[in-house]
Design a protein around this ligand. Structure first.
Ligand code: F6R
Ligand code: ZN
Length: 191
């Protein structure tokens, strides 16, 4: 963990920052039940437990006043018609926001609140996205063959609630049915 004032240089086009405390890898096997086409998921997993996304984290003490930041890289690909995506989560401390800055690639952030509002925002290099408090968020790589790379920063005491999304899913999904990326209702969403 870097102490005191410090800088990190993020080189355009490179995904691995020069300074990080943790490197998290999420593979297909960790996304059980999340993709709509479960048969496509099963077939793909049989072939290979593909690396879907990675996160490089800069750690700080998880207390109010501190900020956590890092780089998230969603690799390109699809499970059936559905683009590779992150698990997605609410923050455990629901009233905490997050900022994402898209460094490279193309994608969207799928978001929703516990009250049922939803939003899908495009991410392309230069986009700064504000995820307000209470909004669950999932990044999706809708590009053609490139990594979706974002820088994120959020309050260090926020924590993560993955369970709600794991059991309910998101209300909206991002699929390609031949005409590029489109938002569809999640038929398996459990409210
Ligand atoms: C932190 C945050 C990001 C994500 C990362 C991976 O609050 O939103 O750092 O953690 O993009 O996504 P998840 O955590 O949903 O697997
Ligand atoms: Zn978050």
């Amino acid at each position: 963990m870097a102490d005191g004032p410090h800088t990190v240089f993020i080189e355009a086009g490179k995904v691995r920052p020069e300074l990080f405390d943790a490197h998290i890898e999420r593979r297909l096997s960790s996304m059980k039940g999340q993709y709509l086409d479960q048969e496509a998921y099963r077939r793909m997993l049989e072939e290979e437990d593909r690396l879907l996304y990675e996160v490089y984290e800069l750690r700080r003490p998880e207390k109010e006043g501190e900020l956590l930041s890092g780089i998230s890289i969603v690799h390109p690909g699809k499970v059936g018609e559905e683009y590779f995506m992150t698990k997605g989560h609410f923050h455990e401390v629901l009233d905490t926001a997050e900022i994402y800055w898209c460094l490279s690639g193309r994608g969207v952030m799928v978001m929703e609140t516990p009250e049922g509002e939803w939003s899908v925002k495009d991410l392309s290099p230069g986009t700064v996205l504000y995820v307000p408090p209470r909004w669950a968020h999932r990044s999706v790589n809708t590009g053609s063959g490139e990594n979706l790379v974002t820088f994120f920063v959020y309050p260090a005491h926020a924590g993560h609630d993955y369970g709600t999304i794991e059991s309910k899913g998101f209300r909206k999904l991002m699929v390609d049915r031949g005409a590029g990326a489109e938002v569809i209702d999640n038929p398996r969403w459990r409210g």
